[in-house]
Design a protein around this ligand. Structure first.
Ligand code: A2P
Length: 321
């Protein structure tokens, strides 16, 4: 298994199973399938409301005694409703309870967006469901995340969907390093500048939606957007390696030093995606894939900006500090 070192001293496996959108029953089966295929990294989140299923799958695998808890790398994420420092530990404990675990390998602040606690594990519907970051600065939430490491409940901490500007707000204050920034990343959104910034600051980058999120929910669909896995150049490169476009998109990430968490609840595709780690792309093909970048976000953050929200699209994805 290919591993990337983290600033915390731990290591993250290059491929992880993404778990957004599946039901508890689907995830329980998918997690067992993935671990049996060789995955050791599972990416969960409280807001996916399927951590019970993920935990069930992990529990059943561990009960077979072939794999130990310390062989696995399990991530969860702090939802927007729990950014207040006093809410961070209870939110983690709730995920640990659902996952039936006594520690996480990685806990991430899911989005640089805060909700009122009453929203719970849902989506804000109106302006006063949100709390502006001026009222709960990200670095205060970060300090509460650091406490989780001191308590031994989490091995590494990080963030997700953070821009260079948002990372720069925390970096000078971080007593525990930001080990990971998990962001959307694929050949249509290569984010070279963000990755360079992260690597310079010893922040590992994990690519979510590495396949271009082909089955995202209807409310996130953007009219007329391109389909990554049908891209002609990617398909041609795939043929050259007797691989699939999905495998090529993943192999490209591993070669750039990113881990990737493709979602799947289908056993063949779970196995196919794992096979991407065997593919070594030639430098010319790496270049061709990188040239596909069109800065296209399948999840662009606009869903945080409607109905009187205090957040605007300018609050996301800043290219510089
Ligand atoms: P399924 O669960 O039916 O396999 P992303 O990780 O970019 O968000 O993409 C996840 C979506 O892509 C899932 O809905 C998944 O559907 C589908 N998927 C996963 N692996 C592959 C693959 N190798 N080829 C095509 N589609 C895939």
């Amino acid at each position: 298994m290919k591993l990337f070192p983290l600033a915390s001293g731990a290591s993250i496996p290059a491929i992880g199973l993404g778990t957004w959108q599946g039901s508890n029953a689907e995830l329980s089966e998918a997690v067992k399938c993935a671990i049996n295929v060789g995955y050791r990294h599972i990416d969960a989140a409280a807001v996916y409301v399927n951590e019970i299923g993920v935990g069930q799958g992990v529990k059943e695998i561990l009960a077979q005694k072939k794999i130990k808890r310390e062989d696995l790398f399990i991530t969860s994420k702090l939802w927007n409703s729990y950014h207040l420092p006093k809410d961070v530990l209870p939110a983690l404990k709730s995920s640990l309870s659902d996952l039936q675990l006594n520690y996480l390998d990685l806990y991430l602040i899911h989005w640089p967006v805060a909700y009122q606690p009453r929203v719970g594990l849902g989506m804000a519907e109106k302006g006063d469901d949100y709390i502006p970051l001026s009222k709960i600065p990200l670095r205060e939430t970060w300090q509460a995340m650091e406490q989780l490491v001191s308590l031994g409940l989490v091995k590494s901490i990080g963030v997700s969907n953070f821009s260079i500007k948002q990372l720069s707000e925390i970096l000078p204050h971080a007593k525990v390093p930001i080990s990971v920034n998990q962001v959307e990343n694929h050949p249509f959104l290569s984010q070279e500048e963000l990755i360079q910034f992260c690597h310079k600051n010893k922040i590992h980058v994990t690519a979510y939606s590495p396949l271009g999120s082909p089955n995202k929910p209807h409310e996130f669909k953007i009219k007329g957007e391109p389909t990554l896995l049908q891209n002609q150049a990617l398909t041609e490169i795939a043929m050259k390696y007797s691989a699939t476009p999905a495998q090529i998109a993943l192999a490209w990430q591993f070669a750039r030093g990113l881990s990737a968490i493709p979602q799947s609840i289908n056993s063949q595709r779970i196995e196919q995606n794992f096979g991407a780690m065997q593919i070594k792309l030639a430098a010319e093909d790496m270049k061709k894939i990188s040239a596909l970048n069109i800065n296209h976000r399948y999840l662009d953050g606009s869903f945080w900006t409607g109905n009187g929200s205090p957040y605007s699209i300018n609050d996301f994805w800043h290219a510089s500090a």
